[in-house]
Ligand binder design. Structure first.
Ligand SMILES: Cc1cc2nc3c(=O)[nH]c(=O)nc-3n(C[C@H](O)[C@H](O)[C@H](O)COP(=O)(O)OP(=O)(O)OC[C@H]3O[C@@H](n4cnc5c(N)ncnc54)[C@H](O)[C@@H]3O)c2cc1C
Length: 399
């Protein structure tokens, strides 16, 4: 087993860190306070190639393989202090561009991928509804065939990037089949289609520079060739891509974790109380020893998931473990960092309370911690409490 990364990969990470530290996140406090999207930062990401890292070169993307994409995103999360901006990038990439790359027809790919890669269009993913969160089988949004169109009706909640997005990957019920495996389909819907409206923009505690909204589809006519895959493929597409989303979306969070752990180490060495650095006190030192251990474990899990995906191997179990572990570790580490900084950690100006607020969301989006544990238990062969909705992979609910 080879744990080394190549000189080119190290160089890639260094370049991304330099870019992110010097050109992104400089106004993170402002965008957090205002709840505003950093369009200038977004354009700089497009210019640097971030928005096309995993997209094939023929569509203008960087054509990075999965492992290099993960390394680059880890570096982006480490270097960029605006976690909302990085979250917006992740949604754009994993919940829109990658869906198109993997499941779009040639014409959909040719039409949308260059726009997404060069930042001329912003992508979003509309799955959740008021009554269908963890349980996506309860989805009520419907699409009915009408000649060479589908007519979409429904309301999607909590759509990240929603208020600023131009392209939505939308999931809807296309048949009355009880089993979600056959009832759902996925569509590419653009903001300018008649009947698409942002009907709410949510104020939220963290990741405030990534706007989130409610999107309503009212008699929205979608050309039939805007379907991803074939009719009834929606659940399969969602499940297959969710494993990627869950795994890869957390690459940047491993970078955030490194930033938090390093900040803790600096504080432990520099802050003096009782005539010595606080890192000389055993409880502080042991907390930091544990934090470094968790960082190492998170990175190993991330690289293993990337390694599995790179070889087209199933990684449902490992992705659920990664999502669960990294999201909870980032949250716990951010809280410890606040404690380590005493009153300063609680001040807005130090940016640590923002890290805490940003970290809280990770245990909810892309499937809650409880649903990851449920999926892990099912994938390990334990009996399911979800009754008829269960399927062998444990993916019949959003996990
Ligand atoms: C920051 C953020 C960004 C998001 N971005 C998007 C997006 O871009 N697109 C999108 O479609 N959605 C998005 N979401 C929505 C997200 O996917 C859902 O919030 C999530 O799937 C949970 O659904 P819910 O909020 O309805 O909670 P519910 O499903 O109502 O769950 C409520 C609680 O009950 C628990 N629970 C539910 N069922 C079970 C069970 N079987 N066993 C044990 N516990 C259970 C849950 O774990 C949770 O603690 C986002 C959410 C957040 C916070």
């Amino acid at each position: 087993m080879d744990f080394s990364i190549s000189a080119e990969q190290r160089n890639l990470q260094s370049r991304v860190i330099r870019f992110a530290q010097s050109e992104l996140g400089t106004e993170a406090e402002f965008h957090d306070r205002e709840g505003s999207f950093d369009l200038a930062g977004w354009r700089r990401c497009a210019d640097f190639g971030v928005l096309g890292w995993p997209v094939p070169r023929e569509y203008g993307g960087g054509g990075l393989d999965l492992f290099d994409t993960v390394l680059a995103l880890e570096a982006l999360g480490y270097g960029c202090h605006d976690n909302g901006l990085v979250f917006a990038v992740n949604n754009h990439l994993w919940a829109c561009a990658v869906y198109l790359t993997r499941h779009g027809s040639d014409s959909l790919r040719a039409r949308f991928l260059p726009e997404l890669v060069f930042g001329r269009m912003i992508g979003a993913h509309a799955l959740t509804e008021a009554g269908a969160g963890s349980d996506i089988a309860a989805m009520e949004t419907v699409a009915q065939r009408s000649g060479d169109h589908w007519v979409l009706n429904g309301v999607k909640s909590f759509v990240s990037n929603g208020p600023v997005a131009d392209v939505f990957i939308v999931f809807a019920r296309t048949s009355d089949a009880a089993a979600p495996q056959r009832a759902l389909s996925a569509f590419v819907v653009t903001r300018d289609m008649p009947g698409v409206a942002v009907t709410d923009t949510f104020d939220k505690s963290g990741l405030r520079s990534c706007p989130m909204g409610e999107i309503t589809f009212d008699e929205c006519r979608i050309p039939a060739d805007h379907m991803l895959g074939v009719e009834g493929d929606g659940h399969h597409i969602f499940s297959a891509t969710a494993a990627w989303e869950r795994g890869m979306m957390f690459a940047s969070q491993v970078g955030v974790l490194r930033r938090l752990v390093e900040a803790g180490m600096r504080q432990a060495k520099s802050r003096q109380q009782f005539g010595r650095p606080i890192g000389a006190f055993q409880s502080v030192a042991h907390d930091l020893a544990d934090a470094n251990l968790r960082l190492e474990l998170a990175r190993l899990l991330l690289y293993k998931v990337a390694w599995l995906h790179q070889r087209d191997r199933t990684a449902l179990l490992e992705s659920a473990m990664l999502k669960l572990y990294v999201s909870e570790t980032v949250r716990d580490t951010a809280l410890s960092l606040m404690q380590l900084h005493g009153a300063r950690g609680y001040l807005t100006a130090w940016g640590i309370e923002r890290e805490v607020r940003d970290a809280l969301a990770g245990t909810i989006y892309a499937g809650t911690s409880q649903m990851q544990r449920e999926a892990i238990a099912q994938l390990l062969g334990l009996p399911s409490g979800l009754g008829a909705r269960r399927e062998p992979t444990g993916q019949a609910v959003r996990a």
